[in-house]
Ligand binder design. Structure first.
Ligand code: UD1
Ligand code: MG
Length: 457
């Protein structure tokens, strides 16, 4: 833990342009609230504390992120960024370095933050700036003739010459807490917006002989804020591309990194291949040589080695053994456990069931609340009728069972080892091991029967 560092994250702004009932910082990037992403990055520096300044809709923000190791500071009126930081200062000792971040600038990286904190060393003020082709809206960095930073001027307060400056303030800075406290107590709101500007601290720092150490980052996405849903979508793409790049460098083949989405954590073995349009959610693990076909969704699943998931399959909260073949168009609902060498084919839904080694459920079938042994073959169109309109019941299928096509197993029911169920059966009582059981009306032929013919008028 860095006993020197305290982080203040500003998150009290309203975010009107999101046109949302959800506070802006709860909108997500990669399925994680923007504010949580900023806190994650800050956390990587092991600070002594992280203070989040919240305001509008704040209760909702606090509730949603209550598991994060931060302290919450209320700014009941949004009187400006300087006022916002000042709300947190009471809890921060003079000896600390304060790092100021924005809750709506989600893609800032740990490495840039570490550089910014470093930039504040030796009694300097570390300031993160950027050169933009289109600086409109941002505070401009004013330097003197020798190139030293003198002050920041906000867009609305800037002269035409100052508006021509391309170097902008990202808002992120790091500086000694004792000094910051003094400067914050001396800023006023005598500007065009009537706000207490954090940026006014820069000129005060220069006055007190503190050097402004401006650093920048080549990746502009790191410093981009989200004000509307267009910017949110742009940063989502940047974030997804970053993750895709990392995975490819880790040895995953992504057939098209532009059509891959990871909203969570993905752990991979060697030589994994992921085809186009795949969505990974929650925590997913793929063993060596797994193949995930086009347009699959995998959420909270663990796949063993050499599993193939063919196109358009949806797998959730399940565990799959090695060398299984899933899909195309298969659905594994939560709590499935497939042993090795299992096949689950097209238009098959499996829910809360275990399937033993080598068993095959190849076509058009529903298996729910079932314990199935090894080497079972379930014929096309079979259904475990697990629900009696009030309760769910268990179906137990032994090893080496053959279920003929279009059978219904009415649970609770047990099919013994080696049993065969004749096609088209409705099984309401247990079927003994090793025997053929079927329920089917007998077939008959009416000899000489003639089809009706159309009456001519
Ligand atoms: C601010 C900077 C500007 C910089 C720009 C970068 C100031 C005065 N200006 O301008 O130099 O170029 O960010 O995006 O600092 N917030 C609060 N409480 C408040 C006001 C703001 O928590 O009372 C939070 C907002 O939620 C937001 C951040 O502070 O996360 C920045 O506020 P915003 O109103 O966007 O400042 P800008 O005018 O964009
Ligand atoms: Mg802004």
């Amino acid at each position: 833990m860095s006993t020197q560092l305290t982080v203040v994250v500003l998150a009290a702004g309203q975010g009107t342009r999101m046109k949302s009932n959800l506070p802006k910082v709860l909108h997500t990037i990669g399925a994680r609230p923007m504010l949580a992403r900023v806190i994650d990055s800050a956390q990587s520096l092991n600070p002594q504390a992280i203070h989040v300044v919240y305001g509008h809709g704040g209760e909702q923000v606090k509730e949603r992120l209550q598991d994060l190791p931060v302290s919450w500071v209320l700014q009941s009126q949004q009187l400006g960024t300087g006022h916002a930081v000042n709300q947190a200062m009471a809890a921060i000792a003079d000896s600390q370095i304060v790092l100021v971040l924005y809750g709506d600038v989600p893609l800032i990286t740990p490495s840039t933050l570490a550089r910014l904190v470093d930039a504040a060393k030796d009694n300097r003020l570390g300031l993160l700036t950027a050169e933009l082709d289109e600086p409109t809206g941002y505070g401009r960095i004013v330097r003197d003739s020798t190139g030293n930073v003198r002050s920041i001027v906000e867009q609305k307060d800037a002269s035409p010459e100052q508006l021509a400056i391309a170097e902008i303030n990202t808002g992120m800075l790091a500086v000694n807490a004792g000094q910051l406290r003094g400067w914050l107590d001396n800023i006023d709101n005598g500007n065009l917006q009537g706000e207490y500007y954090l940026t006014d601290v820069i000129a005060l720092a220069v006055e007190s002989g503190v050097e402004i150490n401006a650093i920048s980052t080549p990746d502009l996405a790191e410093i981009e804020g989200v004000n509307n849903r267009l910017q949110l979508a742009n940063l989502e793409r940047v974030f997804q591309q970053r993750q895709a790049n990392r995975l490819m460098l880790e040895g995953v083949t992504l057939r098209d990194p532009g059509r891959f989405d990871l909203r969570g954590k993905l752990k991979v073995g060697r030589d994994v291949e992921i085809d186009i349009g795949v969505l990974i959610e929650g925590e997913v693990e793929l063993g060596d040589r797994c193949y995930i076909g086009p347009n699959c969704i995998l959420k909270d699943v663990v796949l063993g080695n050499d599993v193939r998931v063919e196109a358009n399959s949806i797998l959730e909260s399940s565990t799959i053994g090695t060398q299984c073949l899933i899909g195309p168009f298969a659905r594994l609902r939560p709590e499935c456990e497939l042993a090795d060498d299992v096949k689950v084919g097209n238009f098959v839904e499996v829910k809360k069931s275990t399937v033993g080694k080598g068993s095959k459920i190849n076509h058009l079938t529903y298996v729910g609340d079932t314990r199935m042994g090894a080497n079972v073959n379930v014929g096309a169109g079979s259904i475990t009728c697990n629900y009696d309109s009030a309760n769910k019941h268990l179906t137990v299928i032994g090893n080496d069972v053959f279920i003929g096509s279009d059978s219904q197993l009415i649970a609770p029911v047990t099919i013994g080892d080696g049993a065969t169920i004749g096609a088209g059966s409705t099984i309401t009582r247990d079927a003994p091991a090793g025997e053929l059981t079927l329920s089917r009306s007998e077939q008959k032929t009416l000899k000489g029967w003639k089809r009706p013919v159309k009456i001519k008028r």
